[in-house]
Design a protein around this ligand. Structure first.
Ligand SMILES: Nc1nc2c(ncn2[C@@H]2O[C@H](COP(=O)(O)OP(=O)(O)O)[C@@H](O)[C@H]2O)c(=O)[nH]1
Ligand SMILES: [Mg+2]
Length: 445
């Protein structure tokens, strides 16, 4: 009982907010004052020209129309397949972006041939501020453009984003990165323009260091958005990869009914343990090689009898798999009374899931047949008044046509393997016909 309970306890995933505690992110290092970093930038003795045009030299976002069609293309491409997480751009830590931008800006020299010291200084200051702004804005824009919008993700990956990061967090972080970029651009332009208007060399120097300080301040306040994005990319990239073209058998049922034991038994090799970031419980994923064909077999987290709004992230993952991936289902029923979920509750879960996902290929298995006695197991908590004939039948035999198996004694296992093979071959044909009808559609349109 205790072990069952502790296993059930494990099913309660941590609230998603905990996944992104402030402390989990690399601490934003204290910024070194610009004068120590870039002494030549702050105390340079050079000249500037009056004709310097900061607006023309500044960072200008790409044309809006071009961008809209680029986004549309991206939506279409992303909808075609899963795998978007593996293509996420590499994000640099915010501190590296800032320091590298400062370094590059420092190397910018004034326009050649300006003899007047003050003119030369303001020309240099304006150009360096402009370069600093661009060096920061360009990577930030690349991130916001290349992280796919949630709407363009495959629905399964969209569910994973929500389960992993919490509702709305992904978009929020991207919004914050874009806001940071806009602030840097606005402040950079403003200070470069001020610098360009300086009357004396000293004023130009001051304007330049003020501008740098301001951009550093913005980064120390808002730069953590970039580090949040970096963590998001890391988390999503590490997510198990699903291959939609390999026929997959998915084991579904209440917790402890014997799903993982069956995955191990059905897998040709040793199943891998896949970790989703919102759970410490690994999910088994194995391969079945039969008659030169490769299939996948996988666990799903156990489902309890409750309403969707009360389900934890693990149960939501199971529902996301069933809702969005074209898997065949092997539903496991434990009528032995050993798993902790009563047969009556399992019957309710089963009816609900079967009705909801009626178009999946399906096989029912009654597990632990070695533990089954002649008289069906009735839990004390089960209400005998609600007993119907169907339930009584279910308690004794499981759903119509179900296969009784035991991992311990291997009873029914060879028949199970044969039925699973049949199911996966049918699944494979379904995938092929789906693909060819899609291709046909593509040719027509
Ligand atoms: N007696 C018996 N126990 C089994 C059988 N299959 C699994 N179990 C046990 O049931 C428990 C839960 O099994 P597991 O595969 O982890 O269930 P899951 O939570 O559905 O993945 C474990 O202690 C297994 O050893 C079986 O066929 N017979
Ligand atoms: Mg398991």
């Amino acid at each position: 009982m205790t072990s069952t309970w502790s296993r059930l306890q494990l099913l309660h995933a941590p609230p998603s907010s905990l996944l992104f505690r402030r402390g989990d992110f690399p601490k934003f290092a204290k910024f070194v004052p610009a004068k120590f970093l870039l002494p030549t930038m702050c105390f340079c003795q050079q000249l500037q020209t009056q004709s310097y045009e900061i607006v023309k030299g500044s960072y200008v976002p790409a044309g809006d129309t071009k961008q809209a069609s680029k986004v549309e293309d991206k939506v279409v491409k992303a909808l075609e397949a899963v795998g978007a997480f593996q293509k996420l751009p590499m994000v640099m830590p915010s501190i590296d972006i800032l320091y590298s931008a400062l370094k590059k800006a420092k190397r910018v020299s004034p326009t050649k041939g300006i003899a007047n010291i003050a003119k030369r200084e303001r020309n240099k200051g304006a150009k360096q501020l402009d370069a600093l702004m661009k060096e920061i804005a360009v990577p930030l824009r690349k991130y916001t453009e290349n992280f796919p919008g949630k709407i363009s993700l495959h629905p399964y990956e969209r569910s994973l984003v929500e389960l992993t990061l919490g509702d709305g967090n992904y978009e929020e972080v991207l919004r914050k990165v874009d806001y940071l970029r806009k602030r840097v651009v606005a402040v950079g332009k403003e200070h470069a323009s001020l610098c360009a208007k300086s009357v004396t060399k000293r004023e130009a120097e001051e304007r330049l260091s003020e501008g740098i300080k301001k951009i550093e301040e913005i980064f120390s306040h808002e730069g953590k958005a970039v580090d949040e994005l970096l963590n998001i990319a890391k988390t999503l990239r590490a997510m198990p990869v699903v291959d939609l073209e390999t026929p997959t058998l998915c084991l579904v049922g209440a917790p402890n009914v014997g799903k993982s034991s069956l995955v191990r038994l059905l897998s040709t090799g040793k199943p891998e343990i896949c970790n989703y970031p919102f759970t410490t419980r690994g999910i088994l994923m194995g391969h079945i090689n039969l008659s030169y064909q490769n299939f996948q077999v996988t666990d799903t987290p156990g489902l309890l009898r409750r309403h969707d709004e009360d389900r934890n992230n693990l149960e939501k993952l199971t529902l996301a798999v069933l809702s969005h991936l074209p898997t065949a289902v092997l539903f496991v029923h434990d009528l032995s009374g050993e798993c902790g979920t009563s047969p009556s509750d399992q019957f309710t879960i089963y009816n609900e899931i079967k009705e909801r996902f009626a178009n999946h290929l399906w096989l029912d298995v009654v597990s632990k047949s070695d533990l089954l006695t002649d008289s069906p197991v009735v839990f004390i908590t089960e209400d005998s008044n609600v007993d119907s004939l169907d339930l009584a039948k279910y308690r004794r035999m499981g759903p119509d046509g179900s296969l009784h198996v035991s991992v311990k004694t291997e009873v029914g296992i060879s028949e199970l393997k044969a039925r699973v093979h049949e199911l996966l071959v049918t699944q494979s044909e379904r995938i092929k016909s789906c693909k060819s009808s899609e291709e046909g559609h593509e040719v027509v349109t």
